[in-house]
Design a protein around this ligand. Structure first.
Ligand code: ADP
Ligand code: MG
Length: 599
């Protein structure tokens, strides 16, 4: 087993490592650091979040730059302001014994002249978001013409966010013979394009199986009727009073809806998705970091940049369209050596996906029951008792003690305790006393299996058939990218992409139906007709697929297996979520959840 010393790091850095309490290098560090220290090479490194990538490029960069010079020699590009600040702070910690080191973060939304002043003092390393540094380059506030090392951190994320052109523009201001180090959690097509375009014969390292999940995370699934999804979510939260979680939904709309509903029901929740402004997202993320938000409801894309170490639970409110995404989700917890739980709420129709996920992550799921109401009451009661037990006494109360004592003169300690706890407990008890069992057995016939909408409404997405597939070089990712580019949509808008040999299926929200169909009318790509039609297959709008076949690919129509007899006629519109509401009580009043109790 390598130690940091074995990797060839100098004493200043080793001292910082001791101060930080890092005992041994992580895998990506073990692989990347010697390569970067010993050779002047370009590098592509693939490793999941939380694996210590910052130090993997940070230490070599700190060792290789000349700290006696004031020239900017290292540039680190990162997708968001949050990450930019985080990296700059980490770099300062790593380099705290390197006398004269100057690391400066430049990012949007903060004074550009202040940042320019910092740079001017002689920053050997600049950590930047693409937009801001491009701006500063064009205003000649930074000089990156003598860069020796450029890092593209979270490259997949930067490309997702549309920074391709900015990155191109930025790198065109740097010397050709610099070294470029690209770090990414995944390797979509765009990242390999970048690697080809900007890098010269890069060495490649991959850490772990790209999709394999860490041992710190346990995986659980809960089988409920689709219409009970939301109530199940609430119970999982209530049964874990100190929960600090990310709740994943599939679409921006669901994300917003679930978050709003949780807030209305009294939880400390927030939404994070691409329709929010940067400022709104910052507010939510800051609140989450400070534990003011216990349940962050997020889309997959929006959650990609989240680097919060102590998330206790990831809740898959809906499973992702592509099961590979599950690894990204569950990787939000169990970071930095801590334990985490990844929970999946599934309806009967999705339960087979659990098996596929198990194969991908090479881990078993535990099937668990949604806790019943009385169990939750007990958990909440004991959590409250513990909290009271650990509370420091506020002696401001002392002066009122006489009158309080008078009031309770004839109350025994026992009674007093019971009364005191009843204040909180009764609210939970009243809410949960008649609650039903939400669990279903695997052979229970649950017709409403769309799982699409927690309000149990009709499916609001359309499923399409497209006459290209694996044979034409498309896997789900490529097809999704192709459709996204063609239609000018964002990642969330196309889902349930499933490629077969010579044809494929995908979904969009119903509103996009006309746009999709008209775009692909008489549409040719690479010299052949690409044909998109509504599929009868589930999730579809129920319109019968027109059987014309313009593709010139005869086998396509014969092989459409996915057809299912029943369409949405089973999905009766159902009433909304809250058990509380459906019992006819007034809305919004959820019993007090453990609020911000953590730490
Ligand atoms: P990534 O960029 O891969 O998502 P980070 O570089 O942000 O990961 O590191 C995740 C966390 O792990 C940080 O809190 C970091 O300080 C810590 N860390 C990094 N390397 C080590 C190590 N060798 N030992 C212990 N903790 C580490
Ligand atoms: Mg990182």
């Amino acid at each position: 087993m390598n130690t940091f010393q074995d990797l060839g790091l100098n004493q200043d850095l080793l001292n910082a490592i001791t101060d930080l309490g890092f005992t041994k290098p992580s895998e990506v560090q073990e692989k990347a650091i010697p390569i970067l220290l010993n050779t002047e090479t370009d590098l592509v490194a693939l490793a999941q979040t939380g694996t210590g990538k910052t130090a993997a490029f940070g230490f070599p960069m700190l060792q290789k730059i000349n700290i006696d010079s004031r020239t900017t020699q290292g540039l680190i590009l990162s997708p968001t302001r949050e990450l930019c600040l985080q990296i700059a702070n980490e770099m300062k910690l790593y380099g705290k014994h390197c006398k004269g080191l100057n690391v400066v973060a430049v990012y949007g939304g903060s004074s550009i002249s202040e940042q320019a002043r910092e740079v001017k003092k002689g920053a050997q390393i600049i950590v930047a978001t693409p937009g801001r540094i491009k701006d500063m380059i064009s205003r000649r506030l930074v000089d990156i013409s003598k860069i020796e090392y450029a890092v593209l951190d979270e490259a997949d994320e930067m490309l997702n966010m549309g920074f391709y052109e900015d990155i191109t523009a930025i790198l065109s201001n740097t010397p050709i013979d610099k070294c470029t180090w690209l770090f990414s959690a995944t390797m979509p097509k765009e990242v390999s394009v970048i690697a080809k375009k900007f890098m010269d014969n890069p060495q490649e390292i991959t850490v772990g199986n790209k999709n394999e999940s860490t041992n710190n995370v346990s995986h659980e699934y809960y089988l409920v009727n689709a219409r009970d999804r939301y109530n199940a979510l609430k119970r999982l939260a209530d049964a874990n009073p100190d929960i600090f979680s990310v709740v994943f939904c599939r679409t921006k709309r669901d994300t917003q809806k679930v978050a709003e509903q949780l807030i209305e029901d009294g939880y400390n929740a927030g939404a994070l998705h691409g329709d929010l402004s940067q400022n709104q997202r910052d507010l939510v993320m800051n609140a989450f970091r400070k534990n003011q938000i216990q349940m962050l409801v997020a889309t997959d894309v929006a959650a990609r940049g989240i680097d919060v170490d102590d998330i206790t639970h990831v809740i898959n409110y809906q499973l992702p369209d592509e099961i590979e995404t599950y690894t990204h989700r569950s990787g939000r917890t169990g970071r930095a050596g801590k334990k985490g739980v990844s929970m999946v709420i599934v309806s009967k129709s999705e339960v087979r996906k659990i098996k596929s996920i198990e194969r991908i992550i090479k881990k078993q799921f535990d099937k668990k029951d949604i806790p019943d109401g009385m169990y939750i009451c007990e958990v909440q009661l004991m959590s409250l008792a513990n909290k009271i037990h650990n509370t420091e006494i506020n002696h401001e109360i002392d002066k009122h003690l006489t009158s309080i004592n008078n009031l309770f003169e004839n109350t025994t300690k026992d009674e007093l305790i019971k009364k005191f706890f009843s204040v909180e407990f009764s609210r939970f008890y009243n809410y949960y006393q008649k609650s039903k069992n939400l669990n279903v057995t695997e052979n229970f016939d649950d017709r409403d299996d769309s799982g699409r909408d927690y309000r149990g409404g009709q499916s609001n997405s359309t499923r399409y058939f497209i006459n290209v597939g694996n044979k034409d070089g498309y896997d789900w990712m490529k097809l999704k990218d192709f459709l996204r580019e063609q239609l000018g949509l964002d990642r969330d808008a196309i889902f349930k992409v499933e490629t077969k040999d010579s044809f494929s299926f995908f979904n969009t929200e119903n509103e996009l139906k006309d746009k999709v169909l008209s775009h692909f009318t008489d549409f040719q790509h690479d010299g052949r007709y690409v044909n998109v039609e509504i599929s009868e297959n589930r999730g579809g709008g129920g319109r019968k697929r027109n059987d014309r076949n313009r593709s010139g690919r005869k086998e396509a129509s014969g092989k459409r297996k996915e057809r299912r007899s029943g369409t949405n006629s089973h999905n009766k519109p159902r009433r909304s979520g809250s058990e509380f509401k459906s019992k006819g009580s007034h809305s919004g009043s959820r019993p007090a959840v453990a609020r911000r109790s953590r730490r």
